[in-house]
Design a protein around this ligand. Structure first.
Ligand code: ZN
Ligand code: ZN
Length: 147
């Protein structure tokens, strides 16, 4: 897992990061990142598109999609798989986290404790595959959605 060395709210640092990759920090990419930063939950592409259009009217869905793909490749944004087979997006958390997603309101908690370390060691031993990383995401109902 590549960890980010900067805060994604720092405009100059991100622009520099894009520049190093030979990419432009376009207004569309900025808008997509801003929309995700301001959201406390995972957002579907349609929702992101709607919010981006408020910042940059006329932005097409395909542009939003391409921007998201780029941001995912750069590890600035994570794609989250949902139970219904669709996926949503959120800004990448710093460090190793396990997202717990509320299936009702899409609110997300980034859980910092990792329960996988012992299991990874066991699996490495049992299978001979040196486990180097994992992706673990949990689903549930948040407190507010339970009532
Ligand atoms: Zn909820
Ligand atoms: Zn873990």
């Amino acid at each position: 897992m590549i960890s980010k060395l900067f805060s994604i709210s720092n405009y100059d640092e991100i622009r520099e990061f894009f520049h190093e990759k030979g990419l432009k920090y376009t207004p569309q990419r900025q808008a997509v990142l801003k929309v995700l930063q301001e959201s406390k939950s995972y957002l579907s592409i349609n929702r992101i598109h709607r919010n981006v259009k408020e910042l940059l009217p006329g932005t097409g869905l395909a542009t939003v999609y391409r921007s998201l793909e780029t941001l995912v490749e750069l590890n600035l944004v994570v794609k989250v798989h949902l139970e219904d087979g669709c996926h949503s997006y959120a800004t990448a958390p710093e460090g190793h986290r396990h997202p717990i997603v509320c299936t009702d309101c899409s609110r997300v908690i980034q859980y910092t404790e990792c329960p996988m370390e012992d299991l990874s060691k066991k699996l490495s031993k049992d299978t001979g595959i040196l486990i180097q990383n994992h992706f673990l995401q949990l689903f549930g109902k948040c407190k507010q959605c339970q009532s």
